[in-house]
Write a protein that binds this ligand. Structure first.
Ligand code: A3P
Length: 296
């Protein structure tokens, strides 16, 4: 569709105990019946945690040598389909995933762990989860909801702040999402749990760990190509990675590749908000083994 035919902003509703919008629930049966293959790789994240970054890394690692033209001709959302996405007049994420010609298939989801189609577990697929500290995740999500017509109205910052803490976000509470996926590692070993802040701290090191998990050993030259290709400024310029080809997003409000930093929350949280947030965070994040860093 063109800019004139944009759908109205969706409304949140409760879906199996998680707030969702119809763009991600309408195709529920088909998505739940998705047939995963053993070599599929699922990229799972809470929205705005670094999905696109890790998707581009994986696509470059797997296909940068064998089919480099993919990277320059297909936008990221075609190379790595968004499984549950169902937007009127667009091919569904599920159909896109079914038709992916690559091996492995790289598939993105924002589902909380309990929503993942069962065949991913049955096929013992590799899953890469990326978590980002709650404060920066919130700020990034706020800007995303402001610029993306496919998301509910963001409202003003103060109300968004409260809604985030209440878990009234598309894909539910951040807290449940990161904890649910973290817990899943206890019973399902094929998950590589990554942190956005670690990728910022040392992208090369995190790419090495990722390669160890998926069993790739790129040459030094290949790795250098990936590391530099996925630097924030390069991805921001890259039309096939920066979402500038999607009319549903209004880059005049905020670009998709916005800042790419750790600690931007300090520019948005008031001192009072920060105290309130920290107290609430302590109550919700009881597992001492899961530590997220909002400053590095
Ligand atoms: P900001 O809004 O804080 O800038 P997702 O891909 O999950 O939607 O996440 C988007 C967030 O990841 C945005 O955060 C975006 O700028 C950031 N991001 C995307 N690519 C990045 C990169 N190469 N390096 C650092 N941050 C990146």
């Amino acid at each position: 569709f063109d800019k004139m035919e944009l759908p109205p902003r969706p409304k949140l509703f409760d879906f199996h105990g998680v707030s969702m919008i119809h763009f991600f629930t309408q195709n529920w049966e088909n998505v739940q019946n998705f047939q995963a293959r053993p070599d599929d790789i699922l990229i799972a994240t809470y929205p705005k945690a670094g999905t696109t970054w890790v998707s581009q890394i994986l696509d470059m690692l797997y296909f940068g040598q064998t089919s480099p033209e993919r990277l320059t001709t297909l936008p990221i959302y075609e190379r790595v389909p968004f499984l549950e996405m169902t937007i009127p007049n667009l091919v569904t994420g599920k159909d896109q995933a079914d038709e992916l010609p690559t091996t492995p298939r790289l598939i993105k989801t924002h589902f909380p762990v309990q929503f993942v189609p069962k065949s991913f577990w049955e096929q013992n697929c590799r899953i890469i989860y990326v978590a980002r500290n709650a404060k920066d995740n919130m700020v990034s999500y706020y800007h995303f909801d402001c610029m993306n017509q496919g998301q509910p109205e963001a409202g003003d910052w103060n109300s968004f702040f409260q809604r985030f803490m209440d878990g009234n976000m598309v894909f539910g509470p951040w807290y449940d999402h990161v904890n649910g996926w973290w817990k899943k590692k206890e019973t399902y070993s094929n998950i590589h749990y990554m942190f956005y802040e670690d990728m910022i701290e040392d992208t090369g090191r995190e790419i090495d760990k990722l390669c160890a998990f998926i069993g790739l050993s790129p040459s030094a030259e290949e790795k250098e190509k990936v590391t530099s290709g996925v630097q924030f400024d390069n991805m921001k310029k890259n039309k096939m990675a920066n979402y500038s080809t999607l009319p549903i997003m209004n880059f005049k409000v905020s670009p998709f590749m916005r800042k790419g930093k750790v600690g931007d929350w300090k520019n948005y949280f008031t001192v009072a908000q920060n105290e309130h947030f920290d107290a609430d965070y302590k109550k919700k994040m009881k597992d001492p083994t899961l530590q997220l860093r909002c400053v590095i």
